[in-house]
Design a protein around this ligand. Structure first.
Ligand code: TYD
Ligand code: MG
Length: 495
């Protein structure tokens, strides 16, 4: 009652709004991020002379879908074709016939880095804004600098985190061609817009979006209002001018600063840079308006910056000289259009207190429970009094159904203490009835596995293939049921 009716609460991490204070944000699940604020409408007469910037701040989600998108920078695919500093509100949007634009894939410009192009869906799209999110220290600035040097574009690097001198040192240490890169340690939006109008770059890197601020807006740099408004303004500028905009956004565990999630509705693509257990880095798209989001990019951070991992098939396999212990099975799984061979590790121990639990971070634990239940029901292997631990070497998460049959093999091996014989590999989906279901591109999995030393491949029948897999160029052995598979791999099944 005492509360002024117009006051609201907003998550400082993702911008989610609520009428009451919440301990945990239902949108981004961050804790203790809600802050009180007064919406602009309630500020009354102060709204009279508001700029597009502050309207964007208050209604970022709505204005993100508004007029500036239709202005055609991306569709024309030309750099610097628009008037970078034309006021967005002064003229009506151009009207176009849809059929004239149909079927034209967006023009792509190579970033000069294959793995980055892959995740982007083929390269940069002129006029598009891309956010690169990740924890501090993961390598975002390094990637930006390498892309700036590799892309054949005139680049303006706006740094709010490092001085131009530090960036120059890094470029020198990495041996990068820095001839086309201009750097400015500028973070104030108005001055940035002036710089953009003057320099007319084809590629703009903002490092980081959390250091930006617009002098006439309230709030602190890095806060929801500032980050959203500045990102919106620059995104609109990119659309008008046809330049490529890359914005670095830090993600922190505490979620106390506005992060990539906040910008998802504003920009065209959001890429996440993440760690694995070994020194590899993944680049993944969480959103991509111009391409699929299933491809991952793989990098290793080395002495001289990020190196692309061009042939990732074996990087997650564990090399051993000793025989492979029980509980381990290899699996050929798809990540996007590439096959990775991964090592699944299973361990079962008697459950304490008689309650069976599953500990599995890398494969959904519901899937692990289901596969264990199928083994129990159809092969009589008891798991209900066991705790089950499942891991994937290298720390990669696997969500693909083709991992189910290898998971069953690893669990069987762990529970019976019979190691998988050398050279054996399996792939397939498992039904609750204990059947082995087809998975896509089984022949490619078999081929990759054979090239990497797995001579005995067991998998489901090929979809639409007439009976036996005789049409296979690759030698695969068809298994129709889990029992078939276990007997083929281990000899006569126990139980
Ligand atoms: P950086 O790109 O600064 O990360 P971010 O911008 O995401 O905060 O890189 C962070 C780490 O990478 C830093 O701890 C040092 C390491 N690194 C290398 O190992 N090799 C290199 O060549 C470079 C440039 C950085
Ligand atoms: Mg950085």
């Amino acid at each position: 009652m005492a509360r002024a009716p117009a006051d609201r609460y907003r998550c400082s991490a993702c911008g989610y709004e609520s009428l009451k204070w919440l301990g945990r944000c239902p949108e981004c699940e961050a804790w203790n991020t809600f802050e009180q604020y007064t919406p602009a409408a309630a500020r009354g007469s102060a709204g009279g002379g508001r700029s597009a910037r502050s309207r964007a701040a208050d209604g970022g989600r709505d204005s993100a879908g508004g007029a500036p998108r239709g202005r055609g920078g991306a569709l024309r695919g030309e750099f610097g074709s628009g008037d970078g500093d034309a006021s967005a509100g002064s003229e009506a949007a151009e009207v176009v016939w849809l059929h004239e634009l149909e079927g034209r894939a967006p023009e792509r410009v190579s970033s000069g880095i294959g793995e980055l192009n892959r995740v982007l869906g083929g390269g940069f799209v002129p006029g598009a804004a891309v956010v690169i999110g990740g924890e501090p220290g993961i390598g975002k600035s390094t990637l930006m600098l390498q892309a700036a040097a590799a892309a054949e574009l005139s680049t303006l690097y706006l740094s709010g985190e490092e001085s131009p001198r530090q960036i120059a040192l890094r470029a020198e240490r990495l041996g990068l061609r820095a001839a086309r890169i201009r750097v400015a340690a500028e973070t104030e939006l108005g001055r940035i817009e002036a710089l953009l109008a003057e320099q007319k770059p084809q590629l703009v890197i903002v490092d980081s979006v959390q250091t930006l601020f617009a002098a006439e807006l309230g709030g602190i740099a890095g806060g929801v209002t500032q980050v959203r408004a500045c990102a919106q303004e620059l995104t609109d500028w990119a659309r008008r001018s046809g330049a490529v905009l890359l914005m670095v956004a830090h993600v922190t565990k505490e979620g106390s600063i506005a992060g990539p999630k906040l910008l998802e509705h504003i920009v065209d693509a959001v890429l996440h840079f993440e760690h694995t257990d070994n020194e590899l880095r993944f680049l993944r798209a969480a959103k991509n308006r111009f391409g699929a989001i299933e491809e991952i990019g793989l990098f290793a951070m080395e002495e001289r910056g990020l190196q692309e991992v061009l042939d990732p098939a074996t990087i997650f396999l564990v090399r051993r000289t000793a025989p492979v212990p029980a509980g381990i099975a290899a699996a050929p799984v798809f990540e996007g259009t590439r096959i990775l061979l991964v090592e699944l590790q299973a361990l079962t121990v008697p459950a304490k207190g008689g309650v069976s639990r599953v500990f599995s971070d890398r494969i959904d634990s519901g899937r692990v429970s289901r596969v264990a239940a199928v083994l129990e029901r159809h092969l009589g292997i008891g798991f209900s009094d066991q705790d089950i631990y499942v891991n994937v070497a290298g720390g990669i998460r696997i969500g693909e159904v083709g991992v189910e049959l290898p998971l069953a093999v690893a669990l069987y091996s762990a529970r019976t203490e019979r190691p998988v014989p050398p050279g054996v590999i399996v792939a397939g989906e498992l039904s609750l009835a204990g059947e082995v279901r087809p998975v896509r591109l089984i022949e490619r999995r078999a081929k990759t596995a054979r090239e990497l030393g797995y001579g005995r491949f067991y998998g489901p029948p090929v979809k639409g293939g007439g009976g036996a897999n005789e049409a296979h160029h690759e030698k695969t052995h068809t298994v129709e049921s889990l029992r078939d598979c276990i007997e083929a791999v281990f000899g006569r099944a126990a139980g």
